[in-house]
Structure formats: structure tokens, C-alpha cells
Design a protein around this ligand. Structure first.
Ligand code: ATP
Length: 307
């Protein structure tokens, strides 16, 4: 069985009457990259801050690496690294000097921790350049390096991609994929833009108004977002037979006795209509469908995107 890295049950945070996180149940297994997706103010930061113990939950439980109580959790937190707010770095110090400062402050043994972290964050060639001259992408990578200095097994990243240009996003994504592959680091990463996490997350949790609306694997999500023709028929079993025998396709799903999703013949709806009607199937609609990832998320929260 895969190792359970993080479990939350009923995790709740209340600020006055407002529920920032409402009974959140998360399950992260070793090696997963979990994308926590929600609009600004949905509750992502609050959840991450409860996991890192920067904020106390109003109610609910957290278990890191199978810990059974808060004392064990406190020990297990040494196996985590987090980047929640952009850390404050010294503007006149370079990447290495900034990390060395934090290494000593946090009591992390071994000077090679700094070199390893710089390497893992793709920052080995910044030389003597002071932090104040770093691009946003470099700043974010230094934040990542800091979170990696203790070689964490669980990495918690709050909106690390926010504001990066497309090239910066790809670079950051590749760094995380490499960490995940080489060290089996489990990653929880939040974003308000679902597509930023595409090709990265292996599992998604969609959050809105503090509520975790859905957890879904990346494979299942891309299946759900696959382009198709939705056929509304009077007899799905009979229609399925026609698709198999007359159109020689099995690439469809019967959703209900009257709805079929056909993933082939996308550019030939006329052919599909002729075959079904010709075989006596009552056909009331043939509709091209296929949400992209962002549409799926918006459909789920039922709202308009907020900037
Ligand atoms: N310290 C606080 N006091 C009062 N309300 C807070 C506090 N921190 C967060 N909130 C509220 O809790 C809700 C969730 O905020 P949170 O920062 O967790 O959302 P988020 O999804 O991380 O959004 P963002 O990306 O904008 O930070 C918001 O309505 C926010 O105003």
C-alpha cells in the first residue's frame, strides 16, 4: 500500500463568522503531485498554513506521515518544506549567501545543504548577482531552494507559479517534476489557474468558499474533458450496437439509457446521424462537447472567473 503522507479530516478554520476552510478531507500518498485549485480567497492558503502549523485549526485533524497526534506531527514537520509567502531575502546578498543565512538560522547541518538546494532549484549559475537584481522567476526559485534545504519528503507550495511568464512556468514545472521523479518528493501545490498545473499535477482538489468540491485524478479529469459528440437517443443499447457494427467504433461511453458520448467521428456527425436514424434509433440531438480544463473548473464552481 502506498505510504500516506498527509491526511486531513474535517479540517476547519473559522475567522469570526466566516469559514475559510470548511471540513476539508485531503489524502496525499507518497509520490503524488496534488494540485489545490481555487479562486482568490477560496481558502487555499489557509489550508496550507494549517498543515504547516502557521495557523491553528478551529477543528479537525491533520496527520503527517501517519502521525497519531500533534506531538508526532510536530516531529514529522521536519520532513516537510514549505513556500507559503514569498520569503524575505536580503536584497544585497546573492542566492548562496541568502540560503547560508537561513541554513544557520534554522540549524540545518552541512554546508552542502545550500549547494544541493541551489542545484535542485536550478540556481547554480547566479554567481554574485544580488537578490535585488533577480527576475521574478529567479526569486521564486530561490524560495523553492529555501523550502528544499532540509530535503523534505513533502513539499507545500502556495501559488508558486503566480505571476511567472510562460517560460518561467515551464521551468518551474520541470524543476518540480524532476524533484518528484528523482526524490519521490510528494508535492501539494496551489493555484488559482487550473491550466498552470496541467502536465504537473497527478491529482486535483477543487476548492471554493472553503469547501473541497471534488478530488479527481489527472487521468480521470482529462478523460472528462475529452472532446466528444454527445448523442441523445431513445435507446442507448440499440445505438451502441449500431456504433459498433455500422461505424466500427468502440470509442464511446453510455452515460444513461438515453445519452452516449462518442469520442470518434468528431468531424463526421452527419455520418453518425445517418447510421443511427437509418437503423431506426430515435435521435434527438448530436452535440459536440469537450470542456477544456478551465471550463471544467468554472463549470464546477458555477461562476464567472474572478481576476
Ligand atoms: N487572518 C485572517 N483573518 C480574517 N480572515 C482571513 C484571514 N486569513 C484569511 N482570511 C479569509 O479567509 C478566506 C480564505 O482566504 P485564503 O487566503 O485562505 O484564500 P486563498 O484561496 O489562499 O486566496 P489567495 O490566493 O487570495 O490568498 C478569505 O475570505 C480571506 O479573506
Amino acid at each position: 500500500m502506498a505510504e500516506q503522507v498527509l491526511t486531513t479530516r474535517g479540517l476547519t478554520k473559522r475567522y469570526g463568522h466566516a469559514l475559510a476552510a470548511d471540513h476539508i478531507n485531503l489524502d496525499l500518498e507518497r509520490g503524488q503531485i496534488y494540485g489545490l485549485v481555487g479562486r482568490n480567497g477560496a481558502g487555499k492558503t489557509t489550508i496550507i498554513r494549517m498543515i504547516t502549523a502557521q495557523t491553528t485549526p478551529t477543528e479537525g485533524e491533520i496527520s503527517l506521515f501517519g502521525a497519531r497526534d500533534e506531538r508526532e506531527n510536530a516531529r514529522m514537520r521536519a520532513r516537510t518544506g514549505a513556500m507559503v509567502e514569498t520569503p524575505s531575502f536580503y536584497p544585497y546578498l546573492n542566492a548562496r549567501q541568502n540560503l547560508e543565512y537561513y541554513r544557520i538560522q534554522r540549524g540545518i547541518p552541512g554546508r552542502n545543504a545550500v549547494d544541493e538546494a541551489l542545484e535542485a532549484a536550478g540556481l547554480t549559475d547566479t554567481g554574485t548577482k544580488p537578490f535585488k537584481h533577480f527576475s521574478l522567476g529567479m526569486k521564486q526559485r530561490l524560495g523553492l531552494a529555501l523550502a528544499l534545504m532540509n530535503r523534505p519528503d513533502l513539499l507545500l507550495l502556495d501559488e508558486p507559479i503566480n505571476g511567472l511568464d510562460p517560460e518561467g512556468i515551464v521551468e518551474f514545472r520541470n524543476l518540480l517534476l524532476k524533484l518528484n521523479r528523482d526524490r519521490q518528493t510528494t508535492i501539494l501545490i496551489s493555484s488559482h489557474i487550473l491550466s498552470e498545473l496541467a502536465n504537473l499535477a497527478t491529482c486535483y482538489g477543487f476548492i471554493d468558499h472553503g469547501v473541497l468540491l471534488e478530488q479527481i485524478s489527472a487521468a480521470r479529469l482529462s478523460e472528462k474533458c475529452r472532446a466528444c459528440l454527445e448523442l441523445r437517443v431513445d435507446d442507448a443499447a440499440k445505438a451502441a450496437l449500431v456504433l459498433e457494427e455500422d461505424l466500427a467504433t468502440r470509442d464511446f461511453e453510455v452515460l444513461s439509457p438515453s445519452v452516449i458520448r462518442l469520442y470518434s467521428h468528431l468531424d463526421r456527425p452527419g455520418e453518425v446521424t445517418r447510421a443511427l436514424v437509418g437503423a431506426g434509433v430515435g435521435l434527438s440531438a448530436v452535440e459536440p462537447q469537450g470542456a477544456n480544463l478551465e471550463d471544467y473548473f468554472l463549470g464546477l464552481i458555477g461562476g464567472v472567473r474572478h481576476a
